[in-house]
Design a protein around this ligand. Sequence first.
Ligand SMILES: [Zn+2]
Ligand SMILES: [Zn+2]
Length: 140
Amino acid sequence: MNALYQIDHAKCPAGHLTPLQPSTSQSTADYQRQIGTGGDPILVVCVRCSRVYRVHELYSYQSKRGLLPDDPTTPLRVFVEPIECDGEPHTIPLTVRGVRNENSKVADLKMGWKWAEGEDSKCPFGDEIQLPQYVGGPII
Ligand SMILES: [Zn+2]
Ligand SMILES: [Zn+2]
């Protein structure tokens, strides 16, 4: 019998859920506050369609699969990947959050990243945010 995990998810414009972090009584409120401050955007790449989008709300659901390290049997690993804006280097580091399977590489996943339609692709200073260029070799 599998344990159930309570996980905070982000939802892409197509409605796909991407698990981000274990839900605690504090996590959703803290995250929501961070989103509400309007500072650095919280960007997530959809685990299903690879669209990159800004998180506006978190959804807490029970899941049979947890995230590391809470669930040692899960293949799901959270990653945080830095990205750059077009303007001056800014003090706020911009990142894309997502999850990958244990046997996939972020470098390979990046090939498919694209901005969600209608998504604001500008940093808080108004610069265009470049999604990472794929620079790896062929997928082995
Ligand atoms: Zn999606
Ligand atoms: Zn910028």
